[in-house]
Design a protein around this ligand. Structure first.
Ligand SMILES: [Zn+2]
Ligand SMILES: [Zn+2]
Length: 275
């Protein structure tokens, strides 16, 4: 890939995430091959008390609970990569994708905050304990909510997430499109909802940037998260953009579709790479 300015991937899941493959070093190797300037690891940290299996991190190939000690093992592995015996020749940051859930305990958020990660990507994946990324879960939600009500419920949780001070950026703003694209395409594509305006206002008010997440292309929905129309609307509303993320769950997904995305994001938000 050729970039005319430094480009980083700010949303990368190494094999510490329960649903990802690829070691830290394999990812760095791939990032160097692709010509990226920076790679930001964002291992999943799920805060939803209802999701037993997701409340885990992979340490030495085994599922372990998310605790300070286990998160430190992950941090140490990234530090080893940066300043160990065989440092990788690329900028690396150690972050997490921290699930926001309305019932998350302050003590849990404090535990993550106290670890001083380089980057904390906030994310909302659940409504009422159902995952917005799994079709059967979304079907279940549609027994209770209309499509528009479901999107509104999600947006309300995102608005709460904006209040969480430790987030550096918010992941995949319209993730409901992932399954909504198939189950309720018209409602999922609309951007004229009042609650969406309120969500953008809240992001601005809290100074929380959003990422441009290219994984929508990989998910077959034909656009990024947020969609280009919503990205445009967000820009007009003065929402900050926190960077580009591929949401890679394997090294060959790193920086997917960045050729187009970096041009548009860079032209639209020339300050996004300065921090
Ligand atoms: Zn996510
Ligand atoms: Zn992710």
């Amino acid at each position: 890939m050729e970039f005319n300015h430094p480009v980083g991937d700010y949303h990368v899941h190494p094999d510490f995430s329960i649903d990802a493959e690829g070691t830290l070093r394999e990812y760095c190797q791939k990032a160097i091959e692709l010509g990226l300037a920076e790679i930001v690891f964002t291992t999943h940290v799920d805060s939803n008390p209802a999701s037993e299996d997701w409340h885990k991190i992979i340490i030495d190939g085994r599922k372990q609970p998310v605790t300070t000690d286990n998160l430190k093992i992950y941090q140490d592995a990234v530090t080893e990569l940066i300043s160990g015996n065989d440092p990788v020749p690329i900028a690396v940051r150690c972050g997490v994708e921290l699930e926001y859930h309305p019932e998350v305990k302050d003590s849990f958020l404090k535990m993550v905050a106290d670890l001083n990660f380089d980057f904390v990507l906030g994310a909302v994946h659940f409504v009422d304990g159902a995952l917005l990324t799994i079709e059967e879960d979304v079907q279940r939600l549609l027994d209770k909510y209309s499509a528009v009500e479901l999107i509104e419920e999600y947006c309300k949780i995102v608005q709460q997430a904006c209040q969480i001070k430790i987030f550096d950026s918010l992941a995949h703003l319209d993730i409901y499109r992932r399954i909504g694209h198939k189950l309720f395409p018209e409602e999922a594509a609309r951007i004229d909802y009042e609650f969406l305006d309120e969500t953008l206002e809240q992001l601005v008010k809290c100074g929380l940037p959003i990422e441009v997440n290219t994984s929508g292309i990989r998910h077959g929905i034909g656009d990024w998260y947020p969609s280009k129309p919503l990205l445009h609307k967000a820009r007009q509303a003065n929402v900050l953009i926190g960077g580009l993320g591929s949401d890679a769950h394997a090294p060959d997904q790193l920086a997917v579709d960045f050729e187009m995305a970096h041009l548009i994001v860079h032209e639209t938000f020339p300050k996004m790479h300065e921090d």
